[in-house]
Ligand binder design. Structure first.
Ligand code: G6P
Length: 611
């Protein structure tokens, strides 16, 4: 998501920091900053926008010194602004920190720091870290103060800190977010990602979770945060290939993003599940409880893949909250005269937060008095700013035009929102919520397990990549997955693909079926399983070639169809989170076999800011 680089040595730090930030820009950016020790003070320079803007500002301010840290931000807390850009400082300006990750308990930490008189200038979770270090440095040295601070942080971090009181060292720490130390000749680098430092050194050590590193111009040491034991770290040589590094070793951003899903789903859940896994919280909805108690209808507006996430959400909400839910294409909603009033909860789902139709639909709902809620990935985006409240996906930048990880993150947030509403409206008790949430919490590992063992999809792609039409069929919670599978296939491979409720097939699409036609059924074990098996028989009877997505252990379907792709078992409401993964992979493999650019399909845009 965000990028970190730091330098300690004999050269001028600023140019090294800027070139490192440029190398990290592909990870997403909305603002950036540096903090350099000039022999007297820590000089901070921060700007919104691209690294080139920061670079020009640094040319003007010329902070000269050989110790510095820098950060390129992709916002998670607070809109992109100079105040929210890293590095963050304490009250005295003597501490500077940069941080990747999310500090989940920052609200309570901030509260107590405020009560002790600390002054905050940003909305970020990171700023609390600088103030905590300041607080502990009143009685401890810099290193001990960082350790005392780390022990109180909940959540994830890749953290780098410097202090004007001990300007001969950089302190780094890792929990959940990557951090490396680069070893040069009489100089050291720290970074969130080796790509930032490869121009200077290929020798790195990778910090593990729970480790703290102290880096000085004469050497470094790493120790365990909890028992203080020295960590014996191996120096590894990085084989340099910038393209591969940006894509995390994958051939394309799309494949990288598909494989990021175990992590992005966890990030979507972060901070929402509390009280030992039995209560869901949404910070943005706190204080709105009275208004929410008057809600009698939910309307979801979205486009493209986000619309499909909305259809899954309808299923989950009707199931758990038992409230009427409508899902509308934003482009249609805005040009109708929709029945919306102040008892409506209108959810705008948008990865980019900039889709023009979704934004317009949202504004219309707001004008008519609805409570508006945003589910966006890009922090500070137009939709995120226009809503009454909202939740971010924290999925990291999605670069491939075809949406993959944002879809599963959207479903995850909407699943949590469904449990939240069910609890608010007294439809489920804590025990029931705990049961449901434990299934959700198992999803990332199940996705991981599936992705680690996947081999069948590529074989199936080889057989079908010359198809001219593909039909996707599903029912219930998985009808939207059929739509999403077809969308992925057509937008990437340019093969005509259609998604349809399996029973609707009889009313038209069945006419297309012949022995050439691949038909993909989402047929995992759920309440409509027997019905979908009958639909499979109907296709088989007409010579169609069937690929079934089935639950591990379901041996029956193998006797009926040509190909079965097995996915791990989960409860029905969360099955879309698993079933969509082979759909994404099938579209990916077929597209690469056809030789098309999988990350940039023709005619499409990642963010559609025109109607
Ligand atoms: C474009 C993208 C899709 C996306 C849709 C909605 O068509 O190519 O991947 O699903 O816009 O975008 P949003 O940012 O609002 O989710």
């Amino acid at each position: 998501m965000c990028g970190i680089i730091g330098y300690i040595g004999k050269k001028e730090a600023s140019p090294i920091l800027i070139s490192g930030l440029r190398r990290l820009e592909y990870r997403g950016y909305d603002s950036a900053g540096v903090s350099v020790w000039n022999g007297r003070d820590l000089v901070n320079v921060k700007r919104t926008g691209r690294i080139s803007v920061l670079s020009d500002a640094i040319d003007e301010k010329r902070p000269v010194g050989s110790l510095g840290i820098a950060h390129t931000r992709w916002a998670t807390h607070g809109a992109p602004s100079e105040e929210n850009a890293h590095p963050h400082s304490d009250c005295s300006g003597k501490v500077a920190v940069v941080h990747n990750g999310i500090i989940e308990n920052f609200v309570s930490l901030k509260k107590s720091l405020l009560s002790e008189g600390h002054k905050f200038i940003s909305e970020t979770d990171t700023e609390v870290i600088a103030h905590m270090i300041e607080k502990y440095m009143k009685v401890e040295d810099f290193e001990s103060a960082v350790v005392s601070t780390l022990k109180l942080l909940e959540g994830a971090y890749g953290l780098v800190a410097i202090s004007a009181d001990e300007p001969d060292k950089i302190i780094v720490a890792k929990k959940g977010s990557p951090l490396v130390i680069g070893i040069g000749d009489g100089e050291y680098f720290v970074a969130s990602d080796t790509s930032a430092i490869l121009d200077h050194t290929k020798n790195v050590i990778y910090l593990d979770d729970g480790e703290v590193g102290v880096v000085e111009s004469g050497g470094y040491r790493v120790f365990n945060l909890h028992d203080n034991s020295v960590a014996d770290k191996m120096i590894e040589e990085v084989s340099a290939n910038m393209d591969a590094i940006e894509k995390g070793g994958f051939d394309t951003f799309m494949l990288k993003e598909i494989f990021e899903q175990p992590e992005s789903i966890v990030n979507a859940m972060r901070g929402h599940i509390t009280e030992g896994g039995s209560v869901v919280k949404f910070g943005g909805l706190e204080g709105h409880e009275k208004r929410l108690s008057e809600i009698n209808r939910v309307i979801i507006v979205a486009c493209g893949t986000s619309f499909h996430a909305g259809l899954v959400a309808r299923w989950m909400m009707e199931e758990l909250v038992k409230i009427p839910v409508e899902v509308e294409y934003a482009s249609e909603f805005r040009y109708r005269n929709p029945i919306v009033d102040e008892n409506c909860f209108v959810i705008a789902i948008s990865q980019s937060g900039e889709t023009a139709d979704t934004l317009a639909a949202l504004k219309l709902a707001k004008e008519r008095g609805a409570f508006t809620y945003g589910v966006c990935n890009v922090v500070g985006s137009s939709i995120a700013r226009a809503v009454d409240a909202g939740a971010y996906l924290h999925a990291g930048p999605e670069i491939s035009v075809a949406s993959t990880k944002a879809f599963t993150s959207q479903i995850t947030v909407l699943a949590l929102l469904s449990v939240y509403f069910a609890q608010q409206f007294g439809k489920i008790n804590k025990n029931e919520a705990h049961k449901i949430l434990s299934h959700l919490e198992q999803i990332p590992n199940k996705v991981k397990e599936y992705l680690e063992n996947v081999k069948d999809v590529e074989e199936i792609a080889k057989e079908f990549y010359n198809a001219t039409n593909i039909l996707y069929l599903g029912r219930g919670a998985n009808f939207p997955v059929a739509l999403e599978g077809a969308l992925k296939m057509k937008e990437l491979s340019y093969i005509h693909a259609e998604g349809c409720p399996a029973a609707e097939m009889k009313h038209g699409p069945i006419a297309l079926i012949d022995k050439e036609m691949p038909v993909i059924f989402i047929a995992t074990k759920d309440s409509t399983y027997d019905k979908i098996v009958s639909n499979i028989q109907e296709v088989k009877a007409r010579g169609g070639r069937v690929i079934a997505i089935a639950t591990v252990g379901d041996n029956y379907l193998e006797t009926l169809v040509e190909h079965v792709i097995y996915v791990p078992e989960t409860i029905e409401i969360f099955s879309p989170l698993l079933n969509v993964i082979p759909m994404q992979l099938l579209a990916y493999y077929i597209t690469t076999m056809k030789g098309h650019d999988v990350d940039k399909p023709r005619n499409l845009a990642k963010s559609v800011t025109v109607e």
